[in-house]
Design a binder for this molecule. Structure first.
Ligand SMILES: C[S@@+](CC[C@H](N)C(=O)[O-])C[C@H]1O[C@@H](n2cnc3c(N)ncnc32)[C@H](O)[C@@H]1O
Length: 220
């Protein structure tokens, strides 16, 4: 969907205002200074990860604690959740997470520099189960193409959900992109990744007895 410039300008101003209020760990969203140059701004890490839709950040913090040499950029559209993440991170004494308040359904191309990330995680994106709401899902061919640009060669991308139709749709999208190779074989998902922290929504769905689908891709 292409929005008129006046609308995108207004949306960018809203995000810039939110990022001003997002706390110490939140990166300022300045539309005049994009893309974010994460590797140059935060040099010295062994690797750089992107998480999209981090929610309250339980998974993000568990991964950051287990991988102190990795910087995670956690993207979340809700200011209140980013504030909560920042407080919890401070409480846990973690330095290696920064947040970007961003709605990736509005803006994603051009936000991060090419070949920035070694790992990308999308945990339990809102599934929008009703057909008339599918348009709100953010996985699309354009989105997969942008992900492949900001991923370094060898980058691992994990998409997790309890929603089977969204798994199929995401698989369809990534499998059609020549730059993403399914690590399990075409269209295959796993139900469990040993040693991986469990996110808030994963726990919620597991408690309900729902099957979980993990799609894993490698940038070729
Ligand atoms: C179902 S929750 C999952 C939270 C967490 N990843 C987990 O597994 O517990 C989805 C999260 O993605 C965020 N989100 C949804 N759409 C988004 C978008 N277009 N851009 C950025 N964040 C988004 C929501 O605000 C919410 O925090």
């Amino acid at each position: 969907m292409t929005l008129p410039d006046s609308v995108t300008d207004k949306l960018k101003r809203i995000l810039a205002q939110k990022s001003e209020r997002g706390g110490d760990a939140c990166l300022r969203f300045d539309p005049g200074k994009l893309p974010f140059l994460i590797r140059e701004t935060f040099p010295g890490y062994e690797s750089y990860a992107l998480e999209i839709g981090c929610g309250w950040g339980e998974f993000t913090r568990a991964m950051a604690a287990a991988n102190p040499g990795r910087l995670t950029i956690a993207v979340e559209k809700k200011l209140a959740r980013v504030l909560s993440c920042g407080r919890s991170q401070k409480h846990e004494g973690l330095e290696n997470i920064r947040y970007v308040i961003l709605d990736v359904a509005w803006f994603f191309a051009g936000i991060f520099a090419d070949e920035t990330f070694d790992a990308i995680t999308i945990n339990f994106p809102d599934p929008w189960p009703k057909a008339r709401h599918h348009k709100h899902r953010f996985i699309s061919p354009e989105f997969a193409a942008t992900l492949s640009k900001i991923a370094r060669p060898g980058c691992r991308l994990i998409f997790a959900t309890d929603n089977y139709p969204y798994t199929r749709e995401a698989a369809e999208t990534f499998e059609q992109s020549p730059l993403w190779k399914n690590t399990e074989g075409p269209y295959l998902a796993r139900g469990h990744i040993p040693g991986r922290p469990v996110s808030f929504f994963e726990q919620l769905h597991r408690n309900e007895g729902a099957p979980i689908y993990f799609l894993e891709y490698e940038k070729t």
